[in-house]
Ligand binder design. Structure first.
Ligand code: V47
Ligand code: SF4
Length: 401
């Protein structure tokens, strides 16, 4: 495998420092790195060095497989009772008359689901702002309606931010609430709302919503029900490297306990039209370094995802050489969170042919998965009739059969 050869070449390099050599040998032997070593990587790891380590881990776990799915989003509302400083998407309830505010009714959300009847999507991702009318009975009814209509569609819905709020309002415990949600048909939980667990940073950027501890507890209960979920980090704002390590350490420990996390999704802070717009965004080099360190640090996570509507399809493509093995889905222009925050992707939508092309032109294998990473189709040798408008950035020859 290329990754192993890269690491062996690295170890022959006489200019490798003693610390770099120690970490390289650990990674090669599948030994977990410590928080101090993680911090060393953030402070001293060059892009080339981190890429070699992360690519080894990626290929060891997933070979060249690069996963994607066919999905769409429903964002019930962009009004929110919370006021996260990084959020470009939400409007406070008092701004409900603004022309860019929306609140979908149950029927409107159900109409979005029906729009995909007969189309080969496998997942609906539901997440949005937090409002009192979207309470536990409302969501139970919505999920049941979707399941009755299309039982095989996987519902990936809501985060501990919403669950904490709706369970408190309904006066049910987290345990009771998560059971009710599972009974209503939710298949898995997306990774949002994690932001940064450190209480001091969290207080400054996302005061009032569920704490880091509560976020982790709700995932733990969900995993105990035999369900799977994702985890995110929001990085590149006021946090320091030590906060990123602390965040990943807490996830790594919970994963040791439950094994219920599937994917880690680093989310780059985007600075357009929010209360933290004065902060510069992280550079592409830092984004790639961050993907790589996440891949090296989270040795018990199977997958690392680059969410292309947030990072842009070019960097998503590059990230496949820095530990990433998943680039999310076709989306079909159904999410506004990142276009409103300044992403290069203003109307995020890729056809299956475009996604496949993007992955193949990075020299990897495009694999369609379902939400739980069951392989649905290997597109490595598929020739599409559709002429993809999109042209790859690494002009590797497209595999033909
Ligand atoms: O929790 C909001 C983030 C998250 C900004 O699980 C921002 O498969 C950067 O979690 N800059 C929601 N980030 C999205 C999310 C997600 C997305 C795709 C797939 C999955 C999955 C999960 O978006 C929020 C918050 O951390 N966010 N505003 C911003 N300005
Ligand atoms: Fe509300 Fe989520 Fe935006 Fe925070 S990030 S204000 S919880 S929509």
């Amino acid at each position: 495998m290329r990754g192993k050869e890269q690491l062996n070449i690295l170890l022959e390099n006489p200019s490798l420092s003693a610390e770099e050599r120690k970490i390289t040998e650990k990674v090669l032997n599948g030994v977990r790195i410590t928080p101090e070593e993680g911090l060393f990587l953030y402070e001293h790891g060059t892009l080339g060095y981190l890429g070699a380590l992360a690519n080894y881990v990626r290929e060891h776990k997933n070979g060249d497989n690069t996963y994607f799915n066919r999905n769409f989003h429903i964002e019930p509302t962009n009004l929110c009772v919370y006021d996260c400083k990084f959020c470009s998407y939400s409007r406070l309830i008092k701004q409900r008359a603004d022309s860019d505010a929306w609140t979908f009714s149950m029927d409107e959300m159900f109409d979005i689901v029906k729009k995909y009847d007969g189309q080969p999507v496998t997942e609906v991702h539901i997440v949005g702002g937090v409002l009192p009318q979207y309470d536990l009975p409302f969501y139970q009814e919505l999920f049941q309606k979707i399941k009755n209509h299309r039982p095989e569609l996987h519902i990936k819905a809501l985060t501990p931010v919403e669950y904490h709020y709706i369970f408190k309002k309904a006066k049910v415990s987290y345990e009771e609430g998560m059971q009710l949600i599972a009974d209503a048909g939710v298949g898995s939980m997306p990774g949002g709302g994690a932001e940064i667990f450190d209480p001091e940073i969290r207080e400054q950027i996302a005061a009032d919503k569920c704490t880091g501890e509560q976020w982790l507890r709700i995932h733990e209960i969900w995993h105990e029900l035999g369900k799977r979920s994702n985890a995110t980090i929001l990085y590149g704002h006021i946090e320091h490297f030590r906060h990123r390590i602390d965040h990943m350490e807490q996830l790594r420990q919970l994963q040791d306990k439950t094994g219920g996390f599937q994917t880690f999704i680093p989310l780059k802070f985007r600075n357009q039209d929010n209360q933290m717009s004065h902060l510069p965004e992280s550079t592409t080099v830092e984004d790639l370094r961050n993907y790589a360190i996440s891949r090296i640090y989270l040795d018990n996570f199977d997958h690392v995802k680059a969410y292309w509507p947030m990072i842009g399809r070019q960097v998503a493509q590059m990230s496949l050489s820095f530990g990433v093995d998943d680039i999310d889905g076709t989306i079909d222009d159904t999410t506004k969170i990142y276009s409103m925050a300044g992403s290069e992707e203003q109307n995020p939508s890729l056809t299956t042919a475009q996604l496949v092309d993007l992955i193949r032109r990075s020299g990897r294998k495009p694999i369609e998965r379902d939400t739980l990473y069951n392989i649905l189709h290997d597109f490595t040798d598929t020739v599409f009739e559709e002429d993809t408008q999109y042209r790859g950035y690494y002009d590797l020859p497209v595999v033909q059969n």
